[in-house]
Write a protein that binds this ligand. Structure first.
Ligand SMILES: NC(=O)c1ccc[n+]([C@@H]2O[C@H](COP(=O)([O-])OP(=O)(O)OC[C@H]3O[C@@H](n4cnc5c(N)ncnc54)[C@H](OP(=O)(O)O)[C@@H]3O)[C@@H](O)[C@H]2O)c1
Length: 118
């Protein structure tokens, strides 16, 4: 089982996460909340499939998202403006990263539909 639960906090509870870049130069909320989970899942996927096959026990990948995913930027995830500081809105940025969690989980479920054990 893989549980993806981390999220960028910083001063979120007080005033929202200010615009910052990760070490890889990706807006910090998107990097932590989505890209990190996406990468970790991809890195572990083959091992998880193998373990599921060998153990004959069901595998699970769980992404913790938020009802806040509904409050993303107008038009959804702004893939062309992830790092655009001038139009950055902290709560919309959090929301788009959480929407990305959902889309990722849905697509993964679709791709793994025919893999035994998932
Ligand atoms: N709290 C809410 O109101 C709420 C509402 C809806 C959804 N959620 C979701 O629930 C999940 C957990 O939230 P929470 O409120 O329980 O948060 P939390 O207690 O503040 O925990 C967040 C966790 O994320 C880890 N983290 C932060 N940056 C990281 C990074 N770059 N790499 C790896 N780990 C990192 C932190 O690790 P350290 O402890 O080492 O700093 C911490 O353990 C999140 O996905 C959040 O979006 C929360």
């Amino acid at each position: 089982m893989l549980l993806c639960n981390a999220y960028s906090v910083l001063s979120y509870r007080i005033s929202g996460t200010p615009f910052m870049l990760s070490e890889d130069n990706i807006e910090l909320q998107f990097a932590t909340n989505h890209m990190g989970h996406f990468l970790l899942t991809n890195l572990l996927l083959d091992t998880m499939k193998k373990t599921t096959h060998e153990s004959k026990r069901e595998g699970r990948i769980v992404n913790v998202t938020s009802c806040g995913h509904r409050f993303t930027y107008r038009g959804g995830i702004r893939f062309d403006k992830i790092n655009d500081e001038s139009s950055y809105q902290k709560f919309h940025a959090y929301a788009q990263s959480k929407l990305a969690n959902i889309l990722h989980a849905n697509e993964l479920a679709r791709c793994l539909k025919h893999v035994a054990g998932y």
